[in-house]
Design a protein around this ligand. Structure first.
Ligand code: AMP
Length: 483
C-alpha cells in the first residue's frame, strides 16, 4: 500500500503522521500494518532505522482506541519491552507523538532512576507501558504492577535483549502474561536463539523481513583511515576541527575509552560528551538532549549506550575503534542514515584491527575505500609510551585479534592511493559481488596530503536539528518513504 490512509487508520493518527512528515509507509510498515491491525502475531526482521517503531505503534494505537473505560489500576494493556533505557524512552515518545490526540496514556519505566515516581505513575493504570525487563520485574516484585491485563506484547530488538542477558527476565515476564494475547517480536537478526523465542512466544506468526544489513550500509559513504592506535586521538581532533563535521557520533569499544576520548577532545578545545553504561541516567539524558538539540556537536558512545539513539541529522559516524562484531559496525554507521538520509562513516583502523575490517567487508560485501591521513596529525609516540599513558585498564586483550595481522599498516606509505581517494568520491563505495579477498594490503596507506581530503570537505548544510528539520531532511524523509 502506498499511503497510510489505505490501511484505514484513524484520522487523528493520519494527522499525526502528516505532522511528522511521513508521506508514505516504509516497507516494514506496509508489510506489518495490515496483519497487526487484524490482530495477528508477527515476527519482524528489521533493524533500527527502517521505521519499525511506527510499524507496531500505529496499529496498536488504532486497536486500543476502540477500547472503552480506563485501564485497570496497577496494570497496563500494552507492554513493550526494550533492551535499553534510551530505546524505551524513544518508543514511548513515538507512541505519544503518533497518538497525541487519542485518549490513551503511555508510561515508560527503566532502571537508573528512583522507583517511587514510576510506582505512583502505574498506580492508576496505563494503556501503554514501555519498559526495560529488569525494572519491570522490580516493579512487579514490589507489587506496583500486574501483567494480567496485557492484551498486546511487543518484544523490540529481541536479539539485543538476548545479547544483554535478559533471557531469564524475559522468560519470567512472559509467564506472568495472559496466554491469550497478541505478540509482536522485532529483531535485527534471526539467530537460532531468537527463532526459538519466536517459536515459544508467538502463535502462528506472520513473518516479515526488510532491509538486510547491507542495504543501510549502501546509503552511507564509508571510508577508512589507517592509523596507529596512539595517533587516533590526534587524528580525531584534527577531523573535528573541520566545521563540516556538523553532528558527529564517535564510537569506542569501551566505557573508559569513551571517557578518554572526551578528555582528549576537551583538552584540545573541542566540546564533547560521553554516553555509556557507567553514566547515571540524568547524565545520559543530558548528553543525549544536548546532542539532539544541536547544542553539543560531538557525542562519544559505546555500542550498548548508542543502541536506540534516534537522532536525525548525524553528519558523521566515526569508529574510533572498530568493533569485532561486524553487525555492530552496521548498527553504528546506520546512525548517520536515519530516515533515509545519507551520511559519512569514517573508521580508524589500527594494525591490530585489520581483521575486524575484513570481517565487516565480508558481511556488507562492500570494500571500504581508504583515505589518506589528513595533514596536521602529529607523529605518534611509541606503542609502549602510548600504552603507559592510556593505562592498563582498557587494553584490548579481550578483543585482540589473531596474530596474522600485518604489523605495519603504513608500510606502503607513498604508494598511489586507490581510485577515488581524496577527490570527489563515487556516491557508493565499490560494490563487491563476492566477499573481498582478505588481502590486507589491498587497502594501501598513502602519503599525508597538505589538507583534509576533498571528500571530507562537504558543503555545509543547514542545522540538522530534529523537529525543525530543514527542507533537506524532510526531502530525505520523503525519499525514505518511497524506497
Ligand atoms: P525506527 O526504525 O523506528 O527507529 O525509525 C527510524 C526513523 O524513521 C525515525 O526517525 C522515524 O521518525 C522515521 N520514520 C518512521 N516511519 C517513517 C515514514 N513512514 N516516513 C518517513 N520517516 C519515517
Amino acid at each position: 500500500m502506498s499511503s497510510f490512509s489505505d490501511f484505514g487508520l484513524l484520522p487523528s493518527i493520519l494527522d499525526a503522521l502528516a505532522i511528522e512528515g511521513y508521506a508514505t509507509p516504509t516497507p516494514i510498515q506496509s508489510q506489518a500494518l495490515p496483519f497487526v491491525l487484524a490482530g495477528r502475531d508477527l515476527c519482524g526482521i528489521a533493524q533500527t532505522g527502517t521505521g519499525k517503531t511506527a510499524a507496531f505503534a500505529l496499529p496498536i494505537l488504532h486497536r486500543l482506541s476502540g477500547r472503552t473505560g480506563a485501564p485497570p489500576r496497577g496494570a497496563c494493556r500494552v507492554l513493550v519491552l526494550s533492551p535499553t533505557r534510551e530505546l524505551a524512552s524513544q518508543i514511548a515518545d513515538s507512541f505519544r507523538r503518533y497518538g497525541g490526540r487519542l485518549p490513551l496514556s503511555t508510561a515508560v519505566v527503566f532502571g537508573g532512576v528512583p522507583l517511587g515516581a514510576q510506582q505512583r505513575r502505574l498506580a492508576s493504570g496505563v494503556d501503554i507501558l514501555v519498559a526495560t525487563p529488569g525494572r519491570l520485574l522490580d516493579l512487579i516484585d514490589r507489587r506496583a504492577l500486574v501483567l494480567s491485563s496485557v492484551e498486546i506484547l511487543v518484544l523490540d530488538e529481541a536479539d539485543r535483549m538476548l545479547d544483554l542477558g535478559f533471557i531469564h527476565a524475559l522468560r519470567r515476564i512472559v509467564k506472568l502474561l495472559p496466554r491469550r494475547r497478541q505478540t509482536l517480536l522485532f529483531s535485527a537478526t534471526m539467530p537460532s536463539a531468537i527463532a526459538a523465542l519466536a517459536e515459544d512466544y508467538l502463535d502462528d506468526p506472520v513473518k516479515v523481513s526488510v532491509t538486510p544489513a547491507a542495504t543501510t550500509v549502501e546509503r552511507v559513504e564509508q571510508r577508512v583511515i589507517f592509523v596507529a592506535s596512539e595517533r587516533k586521538h590526534d587524528l580525531l581532533a584534527v577531523l573535528l576541527r573541520d566545521p563540516n563535521f556538523e553532528r558527529v557520533l564517535v564510537f569506542t569499544r569501551t566505557k573508559h575509552g569513551a571517557d578518554r576520548v572526551v578528555r582528549h577532545l576537551v583538552g584540545a578545545g573541542i566540546e564533547a560528551a560521553a554516553i555509556h553504561g557507567n553514566k547515571s541516567q540524568p547524565q545520559r539524558e543530558r548528553a543525549l538532549a544536548g546532542f539532539r538539540s544541536g547544542g553539543d556537536r560531538v557525542l562519544v558512545a559505546t555500542d550498548i549506550a548508542a543502541r536506540g539513539i534516534d537522532v536525525d541529522g548525524v553528519s558523521h559516524v566515526i569508529n574510533f575503534d572498530l568493533p569485532n562484531v561486524p553487525e555492530d559496525y552496521v548498527h553504528r554507521i546506520g546512525r548517520t542514515a536515519r530516515a533515509g538520509a545519507g551520511g559519512t562513516a569514517i573508521a580508524f583502523c589500527s594494525d591490530e584491527e585489520r581483521p575486524f575490517l575484513r570481517g565487516i567487508e565480508k558481511l556488507t560485501r562492500v570494500a571500504v575505500p581508504a583515505i589518506p591521513m589528513p595533514a596536521g596529525v602529529p607523529p605518534g609516540m611509541s606503542q609502549g609510551v602510548a600504552q603507559a599513558r592510556d593505562g592498563a585498564s582498557d587494553r584490548r586483550s579481550a578483543t585482540r585479534p589473531q596474530r596474522s595481522a600485518p604489523r605495519n599498516p603504513h608500510r606502503n606509505a607513498g604508494a598511489n592511493p586507490p581510485a577515488g581517494h581524496g577527490g570527489g568520491p563515487a556516491r557508493h563505495p565499490t560494490q563487491h559481488p563476492k566477499p573481498p579477498s582478505g588481502n590486507p594490503d589491498r587497502h594501501t596507506a598513502t602519503t599525508e596530503p597538505s589538507s583534509l581530503p576533498a571528500f571530507l570537505r562537504r558543503a555545509p548544510s543547514p542545522s540538522p536539528s530534529g523537529k525543525s528539520a530543514p527542507p533537506e531532511t524532510r526531502q530525505a524523509r520523503r525519499a525514505f518513504a518511497t524506497r
